[in-house]
Design a protein around this ligand. Structure first.
Ligand code: PRX
Length: 658
């Protein structure tokens, strides 16, 4: 191939086999499971035996109308029977959630209590007129009533649409209107970093333009005095007070919708990703068991917010279907101090931690002192999700948090895939720092070039999934054509009935067949005709001992097409001067090649991030190209933008300085 789609430049040769201590007592220790996974139909059918069905399926997969799949055709179930009833019966006193409030208040919720509370709320919602197929918007902070709200909807066969509790009134209103939700469940306020956020007030503002909403259920979290609209608003505690603690689960088909979750695309309005019940529950429960080497006495903790898909799949549905004991934490990692996560791990003897690369890089920046204060010896498997993790951050996670004892599971997936797709099995798959390794059993992935041709090992291109999987998104709510256009049009060949799901990510595959995610394809730069991943340059920068975090973008350049612009946060105590700037450019040149040497480097105390922690590269591109900045109100730290812009102008070096 003369012109590789994406050049793979960053070489990583470290390999970590599963540590012997993890193998002891593990359920899956042989590669045979990958063999089994080569037949996805047989594999997923077997995995389906772990959840509870009412009526069995007539066939595992109906793919006669691609790209619209039906899994476990004609089967019926209610997901809450798998998540609650069977555990409430078999192990009623087993803890489902250890809740840890940000201020240190705690609640312990057993499976029996969880089932009863969910039934009470389901009865209350039914009284408000909610029934099968209705949409319910949920806008809450991380308290136990949040998962209860999702499950109460599921109990009734209603469709929940969770809106992240950091979104604005406008974003909430848009999502409510798109889904035509009839009820909203919210809190008086949520807590974050010692402050309160007025969720009810924001909801009221949103509802000024949401005619579909008839009722608002308000959970009391802080006890703040919030205005209640008579006839519309009802207090959660009043609603559930006299409800029976039982509620028969509504039977749903395996293809009835379970939820809608909005995800932003590069352009246009948010897409309402639709997930259904049967296949979704099979996918999330199976991957959760396998990738976390789950055992009955584990205490598992996923630090995500339930407002994102990670929380839906790996705080609520996957763990509960598996009867897991989880930690549910309300707040931020640096309240009251920067050791809060490590204190929680020590307190509950957490065995699995699942967090995000952006957090890991932040912990790295804060320094080893904070984890050093606590006993982390209970940890067995540690995971990451959400964006590519740089090899150095991966190594820090392994060494400082995992203490060289815990396999790191880097899990690649998306809102649209519903469940993990590419990730190691910690008791089987040797890992490499920065690689999500290989597709899990039951999945088929490939890397293709611009023409849709499969790229041989060693090359880079676009990541596609070549066989349907049970937890795949079924459509975009109200817009099936957009579902086809966004995900299936680019690399499918309809004439020959070849269907390939395009994830929007660039990836390369090394000679061992390991996948290396390179970020969204719009994060690929073209410098002098060379296509270079921003991630590889970032990894090289973070590889330098002075650097905590780096973001790299391609800015328009009259000579080279794009020039590489880097934004760098230094580790505590290090000063960014001209000497360091030169050293970093040399370091990248040394690590990857001169072609990847940043044309400019701006030192900044923080990088602009979305509320879910993703670096806003688009904004950095706007700053670098001196464009008028768009709306920054969805940023978690909007005030850093002006500072970066000022420094960027002062520091830009000419692009021919290479
Ligand atoms: O670009 C990939 C990145 O996050 C995108 C999906 O984002 P979202 O739908 O918000 O879901 C996040 C949680 C599953 C992907 O297209 N991404 C997610 N996990 C990884 C990742 N990139 C690299 N490595 C990962 N482990």
């Amino acid at each position: 191939m003369a012109d590789p789609t994406i050049e793979a430049l960053y070489e990583e040769s470290r390999l970590f086999p599963p540590p012997p201590n993890v193998l002891e007592g593990a359920e899956v220790t042989s590669r045979e499971i990958y063999e089994r996974g080569r037949d996805p139909i047989a594999y997923w059918e077997q995995e389906a035996s772990h959840i509870q069905w009412r009526t069995p399926w007539t066939s595992v997969l109906d793919w006669s109308n691609p790209p619209f799949a039906r899994w476990f055709v004609d089967a019926t179930l209610n997901v809450t029977e798998s998540c609650l009833d069977r555990h409430a019966e078999a192990t009623p006193d087993k803890v489902a959630y250890y809740f840890e409030g940000e201020e240190g208040d705690t609640r312990v919720i057993t499976y029996r209590q969880l089932l009863e509370d969910v039934c009470r709320l389901a009865n209350g919602l039914a009284q408000l007129g909610v029934s099968k197929g209705d949409r319910v918007a949920i806008y809450m902070g991380m308290i136990p009533e949040f998962p209860m709200a999702l499950l109460a909807c599921a109990r009734l066969g209603a469709v929940h649409s969770v809106v992240f509790g950091g979104f604005s009134a406008d974003a909430l209103a848009d999502r409510i209107n798109d889904a035509q939700a009839s009820v909203v469940i919210t809190c008086d306020q949520s807590r974050r970093k010692g402050q309160t956020i007025d969720l009810k007030r924001i909801t009221d503002q949103a509802l000024e333009r949401c005619p579909s909403v008839h009722h608002v259920v308000v959970v009391e979290r802080t006890g703040a005095d919030v205005p209640m609209t008579t006839g519309r608003d009802v207090r959660y505690h009043d609603l559930v007070a006299d409800q029976p603690a039982e509620r028969p689960a509504t039977e749903t088909s395996s293809e009835d919708p379970l939820y809608i979750l909005y995800t932003s695309g590069t352009t246009g309005k948010p897409k309402g990703i639709v997930h259904t019940t049967g296949g979704y529950l099979v996918g999330v429960s199976s991957t959760h068991r396998l990738v976390f080497d789950l055992r009955p006495d584990d205490v598992y903790w996923c630090t995500a917010d339930i407002g994102w898909v990670t929380g839906h799949s790996y705080i609520v549905y996957g763990p509960l279907a598996n009867g897991t004991t989880s930690v549910l934490y309300e707040g931020v990692p640096d309240y009251p101090d920067r050791d809060r996560y490590w204190a929680i791990i020590e307190k509950y003897r957490v065995t699995q931690l699942y967090t995000a690369p952006t957090s890991i890089r932040t912990f790295m920046k804060w320094g080893d002192e904070y984890p050093g204060r606590h006993d982390l010896s209970s940890l067995r498997v540690i995971g990451t999700v959400g964006e590519p993790i740089n090899p150095e951050a991966w190594m820090w996670y392994r060494e400082v948090i995992g203490q060289n004892r815990c396999p790191v599971v880097d899990t690649w997936w998306q809102t649209e895939t519903g469940a993990m797709v590419i990730a190691p099995i910690p008791t089987v798959t040797p890992t490499k720092p920065g690689s999500a390794t290989i597709p899990l059993p039951g999945y088929q992935a490939d890397i293709v070039d611009d023409n849709g041709e499969s790229v041989p090992l060693g090359g880079g291109g676009y990541l596609v999934l070549t066989h349907p999987w049970p937890s795949m998104a079924r459509t975009i709510f109200g817009d099936p054509q957009r579902y086809i256009d966004t995900y299936w049009a680019r690399f499918s060949d309809r004439e020959h009935n070849v269907w390939r799901y395009f994830a929007g990510d660039g990836a390369k595959r090394d000679n061992d067949g390991y996948f290396w995610l390179l970020g969204r394809v719009d994060d690929v730069m073209n410098v002098s005709g060379h296509r270079i991943s921003t991630l590889e340059v970032e990894s090289a920068l973070v590889d330098h001992p002075a650097v905590a975090e780096a973001a790299v973008i391609g800015r328009a350049d009259p000579i080279t097409g794009q020039a590489i612009a880097a934004f760098v946060t230094l580790r505590a105590g290090i000063v960014g001067d001209d000497a360091l700037l030169a050293a970093l450019r040399d370091h990248v040149a040394e690590r990857i090649g001169k072609i990847a040497r940043p044309a400019s480097i701006v030192f900044t105390d923080e990088l602009p991030k979305t509320r879910s922690g993703k670096i806003m590269r688009r904004l950095l591109r706007d700053i670098s190209e001196q464009r008028q900045l768009g709306d920054v109100t969805t940023l978690a730290n909007a005030d850093v933008v002006a500072e970066i812009a000022a420094r960027a102008q002062a520091q830009q070096t000419p692009s021919d300085d290479r």
